[in-house]
Design a protein around this ligand. Structure first.
Ligand code: PNS
Length: 163
């Protein structure tokens, strides 16, 4: 089996929950590609370039982690990169049905790729990018939820959006 794994997501923006999953995946696989993708049911606040830049900063020091973006099917991207695994974080029960459906569909589209679920740390169970954005827009403290290196960037960007 290929030892390349893909960590896909919207990452709008990347949170400490995402970073925990990426860090753990980096210990399990030779190479991890974090790929910013389009989720057709979400309209992102940050551009793909901004999201990639924030992930790159947050992942500094993780030597086998690479950042990319792709506007197409995840199964197709995994085949293009010869990846053997798609790694996803699993939070509260509400994630399960959606993630299960995606995993089965991706398996159908690309039988060479396995979806691997890592359970989130208990403290990240209810953390989401949309919650982070809502707190930040309303002037709340998001320091605990996002990597330190991108905290100011997120705040500045969301406050600009507000003005
Ligand atoms: O962080 P998210 O929004 O939960 O990530 C979802 C994402 C982007 C991984 C998913 O929407 C996706 O795979 N998008 C790419 C298009 C695709 O392959 N869709 C079919 C999924 S079965």
């Amino acid at each position: 089996m290929s030892r390349v794994a893909i960590c896909p997501g919207s990452f709008d923006p990347v949170t400490v929950g995402h970073l925990d999953i990426i860090t753990r995946a980096a210990k399990m696989f030779d190479k991890v590609i974090v790929v910013v993708m389009t989720n057709s049911s979400k309209s992102p606040s940050f551009s793909a370039e901004e999201r990639m830049m924030m992930i790159t900063k947050a992942c500094e020091g993780l030597d086998n982690v690479y950042v990319d973006c792709y506007d197409g099917l995840l199964a197709e991207y995994a085949a293009m990169r010869d990846a053997g695994a798609i790694v996803k974080g699993l939070r509260a029960m509400s994630d399960f049905e959606y993630e299960f459906q995606m995993a089965l569909t991706n398996k159908k589209l690309n039988p060479n790729v396995e979806t691997v679920f890592l359970t989130t740390k208990a403290e990240n169970m209810y953390l989401s990018s949309s919650m982070v954005k809502e707190i930040a827009r309303m002037g709340g403290d998001i320091r605990e939820f996002v990597p330190d290196v991108i905290h100011n960037e997120i705040i500045n960007r969301l406050q600009k959006e507000r003005n």
